[in-house]
Design a protein around this ligand. Structure first.
Ligand SMILES: [Zn+2]
Length: 353
């Protein structure tokens, strides 16, 4: 059966985590109690490092946390928590505060012109209580731009704070990483993502703790739902020992990195259900990642446990390959070969890196 695969050049979802929230941003952040506490504690003791690195998965609210910290630094009423209501606080929330510079990648990276803009900003006279430079996706600073900022990051002018935000701290220039104090953010719990987005259950589970991903997966009409059906259809054929008919379509969709990750996560969750079903002889209410796929789960659970484990590992590897930007088509094909091999009892092929 041919399956329609919607090619998903997923549009940016409307849910930039900047909802109608009035009040201090930091205190309104959900699911990041530990880093928020650490920041407020450092502020109240006057021990906040002047260059911070907010590191953690994409789409969990790191940039929003940086804006929250900026509020705490520029608020004219309350400290260490901002009031959220004074002029400077409101302007930070709207990303319109003249004392806060937010730098985001333009195209593929953060370029030298943008670094110069930061240096010009630092040369201006300070107007409010403090100045804050937030660099989003800081790992995309190109080397020239990064190097031009080293001195400023090492010793920002008095009253100036840098917050570098990244989902890939390992990809940051080591010279920059060593100048910043790292604050770690974790993936959000499914309940928090569900509460923040109101997204359907399968979207929340595929989003793996990212509000941004959940918004994206629910923001494209039925594109993602259709992709999910295709991915599960292909998996169904694989666990039945057939070469998935819709694989070409999936490979086409998987050229887009978000879609590729989405497919691998859907498969990963399904494999976990198979393994759980196989071990328990059934699924427990509320424990299923694919509550609407009972038939597929039963079929998948018939695979030998050892194979299920290997396939789960291969799926994890697939996800890592996609994150590392290796040839996604090849990574997919290798996973499929291994999955079918699992059914027929042959050795799985290694997923090529
Ligand atoms: Zn305020």
């Amino acid at each position: 059966m041919a399956r329609k695969v919607v090619k998903s050049a997923a549009p940016r979802a409307p849910l930039d985590p900047r909802p109608e929230f009035h009040g201090p941003i930091l205190q309104g952040l959900r699911g990041h109690e530990a880093p928020v506490r650490a920041l407020l504690d450092a502020l109240s003791r006057g021990r906040l490092a002047s260059t911070l690195l907010f590191a953690g998965p994409s789409g969990v609210g790191k940039k929003r946390a940086a804006l929250g910290l900026a509020q705490s630094l520029v608020c004219e009423r309350a400290t260490p928590s901002a009031c959220g209501a004074c002029g400077p606080c409101v302007r930070v929330a709207n990303v319109q505060n003249e004392s806060v510079l937010l730098v985001e990648p333009q195209g593929a990276g953060i370029k030298i012109e943008q670094a110069r803009e930061i240096l010009r900003f630092l040369a201006l006279r300070q107007l409010g209580r403090a100045r804050v430079v937030i660099v989003d996706e800081a790992h995309l600073l190109n080397p020239q731009a990064g190097n031009s900022l080293l001195k400023a990051l090492e010793e920002p002018p008095p009253g100036t704070h840098f917050v570098l935000v990244t989902s890939q701290p390992g990809a940051l220039l080591p010279t920059i990483r060593s100048r910043a104090q790292t604050i770690r953010f974790q993936a959000l719990a499914d309940e928090v993502v569900a509460a923040l987005t109101g997204a359907p259950d399968w979207v929340v589970r595929a989003a793996q703790g990212s509000v941004e991903a959940a918004a994206r997966f629910s923001g494209d009409g039925d594109g993602w739902e259709s992709l999910r059906r295709s991915a599960l259809g292909a998996l169904d054929e694989m666990v039945s020992g057939r070469w998935p008919e819709g694989l070409e379509g999936l490979r086409e969709s998987a050229k887009d990195r978000d879609s590729a990750l989405f497919i691998s996560r859907i498969w990963g969750r399904a494999l976990r259900d198979f393994a759980f079903y196989s071990a328990q002889g059934g699924l427990v209410e509320g424990r299923s990642h694919l509550p609407d796929q009972a038939e597929l789960t039963r079929r998948g659970a018939r695979l030998p446990v050892g194979w299920l484990e290997q396939l789960s590992e291969l799926c994890l590897q697939l996800e890592q390959d996609i994150a590392r930007n290796v040839d996604k088509g090849l990574a997919f094909e290798n996973f499929c070969l291994s999955a079918i091999g699992a059914y027929s009892g042959r050795e799985p092929r290694p997923v090529l890196g």
